[in-house]
Design a protein around this ligand. Structure first.
Ligand code: NDP
Length: 385
């Protein structure tokens, strides 16, 4: 199906709503949710020495959006809960329009009016520049940060709504929502909520700290993420799978265990770095490798690598946990077709590539200290393999 007027209006409304929630509504969740870090937060130091400030209000945007969705489904009836499914391919055109527009705009902006010229990266290869980005942290005005906005919203806020719309369609077509559909909705909702609960932590991940903003992030966030991360729910609309209770329980356990490893590994590193190693990991003082590195301006800096907890078992157990969760979403669709397994195959490629990219960067950054870490923790994703 080609693009329709209804889909275009819907998409414009969606993106405008998310922009408004992002720029016009300062975070209030951190004022009443204990333990939640929101409001104005600082990012990492960029290579040019800039420390950007971010308005962390993704959880609030997610909550408001879902409250509107639920209010509509139960009382208001402004639109059908199957609206996303019903416009799925026409919306794909719109998402592509935004994905290419934002990547092209970011490229032009990088060349002609960058936010921070010292942080731009020009490789001399036009296609590489377009794909991997020129500007590090493109912004419009003081607060509209392209990376934070496009990475989290509109794609990740939409993820759970897309799944809800698929569940509504399954019920409309087949008279029930199967336990497989419930599992996919619940496990992916945990992952999405985790992302927004930890949005401030996200400022310290590779996407924000190291990647430049180009097609890889811009188009990836607008199109790849909402369309391909949700394939399981889409599959279940056409092939309603009802799992046996022991199988469903096994999938749930795998998903929760994966999530636990993913979250705890990320939490341990975050805690360790925030407290400069003055913390307890698995009840003990952490083992540390002290590192020295030199930045581009010739200055020497000190850093620490954690060798305890999950970071002492393997060097990227956070990725392993993520992969276990990904496998659980796919297993929830049963064994009838390969298509819903796309996600775990893709995540395995993404995270293996990311693991290699990251290790290459760390080896360059820390030199012999990184070798000491790889000698102390020889395995990347699986202990013993
Ligand atoms: P990490 O959180 O693993 O960060 C890697 C960085 O951590 C390294 O560059 C290094 O940075 C530092 N580091 C490495 N080893 C140690 C150590 N032993 N002790 C202390 N610091 C260390 O990677 P990402 O940012 O890629 O991923 C964050 C999470 O997001 C992961 O759990 C991943 O699974 C998830 N993710 C999910 C995606 C999805 O599409 N669903 C996509 C991408 C990520 P430094 O220079 O500071 O030393």
């Amino acid at each position: 199906p080609s693009v329709t007027k209804e889909a275009a209006q819907l998409y414009i409304l969606w993106v405008t709503f998310q922009v408004l929630l992002y720029v016009a509504l300062p975070d209030f969740c951190h004022k009443f949710l204990p333990g939640y870090v929101g409001g104005v937060q600082e990012g990492a130091v960029t290579p040019a020495g800039v420390v950007n400030k971010y308005e962390i209000n993704g959880l609030q945007a997610w909550l408001i959006t879902h409250l509107v969705w639920l209010a509509n489904s139960h009382f208001l009836s402004w639109f059908s809960p199957t609206i996303i499914f019903d416009n799925w391919i026409p919306l794909l055109w719109c998402a592509n329009g935004l994905g290419y527009a934002v990547s092209t705009f970011a490229m032009i902006k990088g060349y002609f009016f960058p936010t921070c010229a010292e942080d731009c990266k020009f490789t001399g290869n036009f296609f590489y520049n377009y794909m991997m980005g020129v500007e590090f942290n493109p912004r419009i005005g003081k607060w509209f940060d392209f990376k934070l906005f496009f990475n989290g919203r509109p794609g990740i806020v939409a993820w759970t709504l897309i799944n809800l719309s698929f569940a509504a369609k399954q019920r409309e077509l087949h008279g029930q929502v199967t336990n497989a559909m419930v599992l996919v909705n619940v496990l992916q909702a945990i992952y999405v909520l985790d992302f927004f609960w930890n949005e401030a932590w996200y400022l310290k991940t590779i996407d924000i700290c190291h990647d430049h903003f180009g097609w890889y992030l811009g188009w990836g966030d607008c199109v790849w993420l909402p369309y391909l991360y949700t394939l399981q729910g889409l599959y279940l609309v056409y092939h309603p799978v009802q799992l046996s209770t022991p199988y469903a329980a096994g999938v749930l356990l795998l998903g929760l265990l994966g999530y636990y490893i993913f979250r705890m590994a990320n939490h341990q590193k975050d805690l360790f770095r925030r407290t400069d190693g003055r913390c307890l990991i698995w009840g003990r003082k952490p083992k540390v490798i002290e590192c020295v590195y030199t930045s581009a301006d010739g200055q020497k800096h000190h850093s620490k690598l954690l060798v305890s907890g999950f970071w002492g078992v393997a060097r990227h157990l956070n990725y392993t946990g993520d992969l276990m969760g990904s496998l659980a979403y796919c297993l929830a669709c049963g064994g009838g077709h390969l298509l819903p397994y796309f996600y775990v195959v893709y995540m395995a490629i993404l995270l293996t590539h990311r693991c290699l990219r990251d290790e290459h960067r760390c080896a360059n950054k820390y030199g012999r200290d990184w070798e000491r870490y790889t000698a102390a923790v020889p395995h990347r994703l699986l202990p013993g393999v």
